[in-house]
Write a protein of this length. Structure first.
Length: 420
């Protein structure tokens, strides 16, 4: 591993707090980027709370903050901009995105308005890391409509030349042909970074049941071969690792009794040298502090630990869970269904072995079904939000970055609740 790419830095911040954060060097600029990045998608709605989190993060070495116009209905950029603007500009790098997924935003004028709005909300005159948001969904036709035919990508490249964008990249979910098409034209576009979903489960099991998607192993290796560094999203797979089946979590506890499953997941991601930063949505101070301990400095995984995680991933892939990361892009549902809430409860039932087994002849089927129903009522007291309210309108389908056939999965939940 190149020593210039992985190192810990110990210095004193303005609050006289020792900084032992692990940093990676950005290839083009030589910037030192904290290996722990702050994902701003799910923040507290109180500016004071956000300020406190951002202050603590910066004082302990975090300098990469990732947001987007669509997060929290636009509030994320506002909260992020206010919190960061209280610090010297050289203390942080801000990333945001061209979130023009909605067809009404595909025109050049609407996309440009979205771009300029980010500067105002973030209170900056340059954006350090700018992304084409969630390319892949809708395939090549959507890529052409959002960025190519309307001249938006040409415009963003000129903005990079002018210095208003310092680094240009894209985030990927969906059709891998779009991912390949963009990276295969690296000589033309000169991508500075690519944001991918990567964790020890998706490394070799991401494409299971997803149309046209690719495992993280393929995405990472293609970026590495192309010479483009990766920013990682969903290192905890939307919190799924925190809800891992107890018999799997116990295998990790036996090796490192004091470590959470989250710490295992972060260490695994950070052990890959072509990772520039690893995003974590930290809306609570205890989560932020725990993650800081993991990365300050990072202890990379051993070969034995890597093999253990690969084995656990194989076992997890055998569980009939739904690959939802609770990102909420599918919401709101026009019929009031809490899509992420239903899926999170269902996955917990699978991992906790509460889910009724296939075949109503099972001796404990009725007991398990009642337990499942009672648990769902507790998790979602408003029954209008239950899966049975789904009308199969498919409005959610193009919005889901995981390409989940949402109405089909809702039908699975409804079937469990039906009377014998």
């Amino acid at each position: 591993m190149d020593p210039l790419q992985v190192f810990a830095q110990e210095q004193h911040s303005s609050s006289d707090t020792p900084n032992r954060m692990t940093y990676r060097v950005q290839h083009g600029s030589g910037e030192q980027i904290s290996l722990l990045g702050f994902g701003m998608m799910r923040l507290p709605r109180s500016q004071d709370e956000v300020n406190e989190l951002v202050d603590y993060a910066i004082n302990h070495g975090v300098n990469y903050f990732d947001t987007a116009p669509m997060y929290m209905g636009g509030l994320s950029e506002v909260l992020t901009g206010e919190a960061l603007s209280r610090h010297p500009r050289e203390k942080y790098y801000v990333a945001t995105k061209m979130s023009n997924q909605n067809r009404r935003l595909w025109s050049f004028s609407e996309s440009k308005r979205l771009y300029e709005q980010s500067f105002e909300r973030l209170k900056v005159d340059k954006i350090d890391y700018y992304l084409l948001h969630s390319i892949g969904g809708g395939g090549m036709d959507t890529l052409r409509g959002r960025f190519l035919d309307n001249g938006v990508l040409d415009f963003l490249m000129k903005e990079r030349e002018a210095g208003r964008i310092r680094h240009l990249g894209f985030s990927y979910h969906g059709d891998v042909r779009v991912f390949d098409w963009l990276l295969d034209r690296q000589k033309e576009y000169h991508w500075d970074f690519v944001q991918i979903q990567m964790n020890f489960l998706d490394w070799r099991h991401a494409s299971s049941g997803r149309r046209g998607d690719a495992d993280a192993e393929y995405l990472y290796n293609k970026c590495d071969k192309t010479g483009v560094q990766c920013v990682v999203m969903e290192p905890l797979r939307g919190g799924a690792f925190g809800r891992m089946a107890s018999e799997l979590a116990s295998q990790l506890q036996a090796v490192r009794p004091g470590d959470s499953t989250a710490r295992w997941a972060f260490r695994w991601v950070g052990s890959h040298p072509n990772i520039l930063t690893t995003l974590s949505g930290m809306n609570r101070m205890d989560h932020l502090k725990d993650n800081l301990q993991t990365f300050s400095p990072l202890e990379t995984c051993t070969e034995i630990e890597n093999r253990l995680l690969a084995d656990i991933a194989d076992q997890m892939a055998g569980f009939p869970t739904i690959p939802c990361t609770t990102c909420g892009y599918c919401m709101p549902c026009p019929y009031g269904v809490d899509i992420p809430g239903n899926f999170a409860f269902y996955n917990d039932a699978v991992n906790e072995h509460v889910l009724p087994l296939p075949g109503k002849e099972s001796h404990d089927y009725a007991t398990r079904k009642q337990q499942f129903s009672d648990g769902l009522r507790k998790a979602l007291p408003d029954i209008q939000k239950w899966a049975r309210s789904c009308q199969d309108c498919e409005e959610c389908l193009p919005k889901c970055p995981q390409q989940i056939r949402i109405p089909n999965q809702m039908s699975r939940i409804v079937e469990i609740l039906r009377k014998r």
